[in-house]
Design a protein around this ligand. Structure first.
Ligand SMILES: Cc1cc2nc3c(=O)[nH]c(=O)nc-3n(C[C@H](O)[C@H](O)[C@H](O)COP(=O)(O)OP(=O)(O)OC[C@H]3O[C@@H](n4cnc5c(N)ncnc54)[C@H](O)[C@@H]3O)c2cc1C
Length: 322
């Protein structure tokens, strides 16, 4: 990634960080090597959502929260049916994350996996003790990736992706309370920050990630219903790219021909996942292998050739397959 950025003349984005600097800035000596993304930043996702909604409302957009679309009729105009009413629209944008499994054309384009986060209470003094005071947000290169940051009030939020695989279909409420995912995130938090072993966890949460085969999002129009537009498959990294995704979806909805609608991300063909039950059984096996491979690499134990081979079947992502 660093070399690719350099080749493209954007070498200023990344800077290699020594092990000493890593330990000093992250407060943990568990990291082996690292890269600092100098232009990165963090957002408070709820505040971002609330602010966007406020602006949208000012522009005349009507927002109906807690209103599930039960059926989408692909007539022209399309009709979206909810429990207590319906909406007709010339164009419809499907941006329903893992719940897009209800659309037959999209069902095999992604798998739904869990991601889980845990949060400490505010511990600003402890952060000062370990030296993690610069607001660094950190992510590692495990296939079952971990990601962690501090908050302004001095909490640590620590998450783990690449969690359990869900059987094809719309996720149920249970996806928000996955005890296994939360246990795995907790274990990695305790491993990276053993000096905070006495700090309790104030909050835990899990959620669905829709992961495409090549980890890139899918944006386009349904082939037999070009008035139905979709933007899905952010593979666990949807917050920052949603800006680009929003422009693409807006361009498609307005029927514009411009650089946002005429590029390689739009209407691309990605490799599809196999049908069930093959996908769930095969995917769960590959996922268990990835976990084992990550654990042996962390412990500096050799990985078996079987595990290396099976782990290579996983969708591309943040991990280094070499
Ligand atoms: C624990 C966790 C940590 C994460 N951390 C990060 C991170 O650090 N950085 C990052 O970039 N990304 C992160 N992500 C991923 C990020 O949340 C997603 O990529 C992003 O939210 C995807 O945006 P979206 O608009 O496609 O889907 P969502 O934000 O999930 O929105 C989809 C919406 O569609 C609604 N919906 C579904 N079905 C229907 C229906 N039938 N009718 C009406 N509404 C419906 C849902 O209720 C939901 O509100 C994380 C995800 C999880 C779960």
């Amino acid at each position: 990634m660093v070399e690719a950025a350099e080749r493209l003349g954007r070498g200023n984005i990344f800077r290699a960080v020594t092990r000493e600097e890593l330990a000093k800035r992250t407060g943990s000596s568990s990291h082996i090597a690292g890269v600092c993304e100098t232009i990165n930043g963090t957002v408070h996702p709820e505040r971002l959502g609330v602010a966007l909604a406020r602006i949208a409302k000012k522009l005349g957009v009507e927002i109906y929260e807690h209103t599930r679309v039960m059926a989408l009729e692909r007539t022209r105009p399309a009709v979206l049916r909810t429990k207590r009413g319906s909406v007709t629209a010339d164009r419809v944008v499907i941006a329903t994350n893992a719940w897009a499994a209800s659309v037959p054309e999209l069902r095999r384009e992604f798998v739904c996996v869990g991601s889980a986060i845990v949060a400490t209470p505010p511990i600003p003094d402890r952060l000062a003790d370990i030296g993690w005071t610069g607001g660094e947000s950190i992510t590692d290169s495990q296939a079952t990736v971990t990601y962690y940051r501090t908050t302004r009030d001095g909490r640590i939020i620590f998450g783990k992706g690449g969690g359990r695989l869900y059987y094809t279909g719309e996720p149920s409420e249970a996806v928000f309370h996955d005890p296994v995912g939360i246990r795995e995130a907790t274990a990695d938090f305790r491993r990276v920050y053993p000096m905070l072993a006495d700090v309790p966890l104030a909050r835990t949460r899990s959620g669905p990630i829709n992961r495409t085969y090549d980890s890139l999002p899918l944006l386009g129009t349904i082939p037999d219903a070009p008035h139905i537009i979709y933007g899905i498959g952010w593979s666990g990294n949807g917050v920052s790219p949603s800006r680009i995704g929003g422009r693409i979806l807006a361009g498609l909805a307005l029927g514009r021909r411009e650089r946002w609608t005429e590029n390689g991300l739009v209407n691309r063909h990605a490799r599809r996942f196999p049908p069930e039950p093959l996908r769930y059984l095969g995917g769960s096996l590959v996922r268990a292998t990835m976990m084992r491979k990550d654990r042996s690499e962390i412990a500096n134990h050799p990985t078996s050739w079987v595990d290396r081979g099976l782990a290579n079947l996983a969708p591309a992502g943040l991990e280094d397959k070499k």
